[in-house]
Design a protein around this ligand. Structure first.
Ligand code: NDP
Length: 502
């Protein structure tokens, strides 16, 4: 997130070789004596593997802008989340009314705070049970889904090579955890009746305090652990700036024991397993309050459900994405996964409890189509790159042999690697068309809420900023990795997200 502002980075050194075989050097290459390079011809290094990882996302030195951003986020993010949830609880999801109320003197900050539900034993018990249950599903129940679900990759899988040269093994059982959790949820709602399906909505603010406690505890523990008992000392990055290190993480893959991996656990569970349960709880609340569930609420549940299921179906593939194979584990991931994701990604469902929207048939179908087309683009673009990289280009994309630009880069130890950038399929339409599909899906969720308030549109605004920033930091990294060949690629595929626009 703040990598862009760093003054100096260490990692691979880029130089590029064109199709004709001529070598072009970038500045950093000069740091290496010639002849030290050992060439590895035609070797394709999958995304995120090899020396390139040392370069990604996490600075070695922190400039004032990065530090100011870190301090701002550490201080205000919990209040931002609180403000959104409190606005729904006390002001029917109006983001402006609380400010107007306070400025007009109708209300004091202390009045708002006093009306806010505090931490309760009930919420603490629910949360402890929830997290313990997810930990148990994660570490105690080896995956069995891959044994009977054709095409699903689960069980023990390898992650990408870390900068220190480690390849971690992961137990991929997120889909199984999701299925078991949801089966129990439905069994309870329709048969056992141990608790009300509105339990999450009914304790939403007290649960927010619990989620914050876990988010801060996990990040603080990860920081202390990186100083005293890191899982792999060579994969730690210390900038010397405590705040930056706390936020962006020091350890790359903190673990307890052989299998409890902080990044995989917090990234997927408890937050993403909870996402669909939270939406179900909102639907149950609508039913309780209004005697029916609106089509907008069903759309939110279905479209976000597809996205969540896709995440778990492809959990092994996510081991090779930026979150897992480039980011270190700090507050950004720990607190973000515990608080930011479950509370802010589910705002549409929360809004629909306070403002039940019944969409016309035409609008509902239009939104469904936007969401499904967005999902299709998102999934197919990711699939095309995965297929292309796995087969080293020996595959068919849209019925034809894919075209690509060949690149090379050199790692710090002087080893030269080759890679390929595809310019066929969706990767020929725009350089990050997977993000475009993601954004179309995100817009569809928001549109289900109509145009009464800005609050449910937070998601598309946030995702646009997040993915645009991600585009820029990814391209910054690829440009220094592939040098002039990256320029050739950007000439062949000139747009990032929307052809002709950006
Ligand atoms: P990508 O899957 O887009 O991977 C980017 C990397 O792919 C580049 O660094 C480069 O790596 C390689 N690459 C770039 N161009 C090409 C090409 N033309 N041919 C082959 N390889 C190429 O990025 P992410 O990991 O960020 O995203 C994964 C998915 O996760 C996306 O679909 C995104 O929408 C989604 N996402 C969702 C979020 C959410 O909160 N909902 C947050 C973030 C992501 P290399 O060094 O190997 O060349």
């Amino acid at each position: 997130m703040f990598g862009k502002g760093s003054k100096r980075r260490k990692g691979f050194q880029a130089h590029c070789i064109g199709r004709g075989g001529s070598v072009h050097e970038n500045d950093p290459m000069a740091a290496f004596p010639e002849g030290k390079s050992e060439e590895r011809k035609h070797q394709n290094i999958p995304n995120g593997s090899g020396a390139s990882q040392g370069q990604w996302g996490r600075a070695w030195e922190v400039d004032w802008f990065s530090l100011a951003s870190v301090l701002f986020l550490l201080t205000f993010s919990p209040f931002i989340v609180y403000y959104f949830i409190m606005s729904c609880d006390q002001y029917h999801c109006s983001l402006t009314d609380p400010i107007v109320d306070v400025l007009m003197g109708n209300s004091h900050l202390s009045d708002i705070w006093n009306k806010t539900p505090s931490l309760s034993w009930k919420a603490a018990n629910i949360y402890i049970f929830w997290v313990t249950f997810q930990v148990m599903l994660y570490i105690l129940v080896p995956d069995f889904c891959h044994k009977f679900l054709p095409g699903y990759v689960g069980g023990v899988q390898e992650g990408a090579l870390t900068p220190a040269g480690t390849v971690n093994k992961y137990e991929i059982n997120g889909l199984q955890a999701w299925i078991i959790t949801h089966a129990l949820w439905f069994a309870n709602a329709h048969y056992f009746h141990w608790f009300s399906p509105t339990i999450i909505f009914d304790n939403w603010i007290p649960l927010l305090w619990c989620a914050n406690i876990l988010g801060y505890a996990a990040s603080t523990f990860a920081m202390i652990k990186s100083y005293f008992f890191p899982s792999n000392p060579n994969d730690c990055k210390f900038t010397g700036n405590l705040f930056y290190d706390y936020m962006m993480g020091i350890e790359f893959n903190p673990r307890i024991g052989k299998w409890f991996d902080f990044k995989l656990f917090f990234n997927g569970r408890p937050g993403i397993v909870a996402w669909t349960l939270i939406n179900l709880s909102y639907a149950a609340k609508q039913q309780e309050l209004y005697g029916q569930v609106t089509n907008s609420m069903i759309l939110v549940n279905v479209l976000q459900g597809i996205y969540v299921l896709d995440f778990f179906w492809n959990e092994a593939w996510y081991l090779k994405t930026i979150d897992i194979c480039h980011d270190h584990f700090g507050w950004y991931l720990g607190w973000g996964d515990c608080v930011w994701l479950p509370y802010l990604y589910t705002l549409q469902g929360l809004y629909l409890v306070y403002h039940p929207v019944q969409l016309s048939k035409a609008n509902a179908v239009g939104i469904l189509l936007l969401g499904l087309v967005g999902y299709y683009i998102f999934r197919m673009t990711n699939h095309q790159k995965d297929l292309f990289r796995r087969t080293d280009g020996h595959c068919k994309i849209w019925g034809k042999k894919p075209e690509y630009i060949e690149c090379s880069y050199t790692s710090l130890d002087g080893t030269k690697y080759y890679s390929k950038l595809m310019i066929s399929g969706f990767w020929g339409v725009a350089r990050h068309f997977n993000y475009t599909g993601d954004l179309m899906g995100s817009l569809a969720y928001c549109l289900t809420c109509g145009f009464g308030h800005i609050l449910p549109y937070f998601y598309i605004i946030y995702m646009t900023i997040l993915l645009t920033h991600r585009c820029i930091r990814d391209e910054h990294r690829c440009s220094s990795k592939y040098g002039k060949e990256w320029k050739r690629y950007t000439t062949a595929v000139p747009y990032r997200l929307i052809p002709g626009v950006f």
